[in-house]
Design a protein around this ligand. Sequence first.
Ligand code: ADP
Ligand code: MG
Length: 253
Amino acid sequence: MTPAILARDVRKSFGPVEVLRGISLQVEPGEVFGIIGPSGGGKSTFLRCLNSLERINDGDLYVNGEFVGYRLDKGSLRQLNDRELSAQRMRTGMVFQRFNLFGHMTALENVCCGPVVVKGLSREQAQKIGRELLNQVGLKGFYDRYPVQLSGGQQQRVAIARAIAMAPDILLFDEPTSALDPELVDEVLETIKTLARQGRTMVVVTHELAFARDVCDRVAFMEQGQLVECAPASELFGAPRMQRTRDFLQRLN
Ligand code: ADP
Ligand code: MG
């Protein structure tokens, strides 16, 4: 089976600062993979590389067997044209910490605009799918609300529906609950849990350790641009092997 994600010694620098210092990782189709770790460790940058929002400087990075991003390919520069780049970007759906909904569009329009504009679906087709997806994330009856008329948790669920509407192979979540008021966190985590049960391939960066332990198949601890330790969730939380992982988990307890 082709891995959903294959990273081999992926490196990424911003100027002189190396932010990803050799990330190697394989995620299988249907797997829910968690990434935890202190801020500044490179978690968002790694997701942005998977989503082709950033170009890697070295290594190999594949999503469903297809090379993603730009890179220097064995000494010769391999540039992707805009069409290749947007095709690659569609393989992954990203949900950000800040929901980034279009303020002038209703919930339904936010979900439908990608399928209409990028995938060329008819408005009717896209709206049918959009309504189904909003129902799935518990927002039946909220189709015509504008973002300002929705709570943060509801907005984030619209953002999740919008990501799924593009039918990506992999969903990427970048701290999807850390901008929410505490009482709204659970409804978003429940939504993500439901997606996990449906067998979707997901990479979830999160500070919600109990959630990562309960929902993720495997979890990696990332610090200073490296995956310090990667293990089945119960092992990483129950019996971490590396001192750096133990220190991080202890600090949070
Ligand atoms: P995390 O998501 O784990 O908090 P990030 O990937 O956001 O970590 O950031 C890792 C490091 O990369 C940080 O030191 C950050 O300042 C730096 N960084 C991230 N994006 C950029 C950028 N566009 N330009 C320069 N430095 C960046
Ligand atoms: Mg981040």
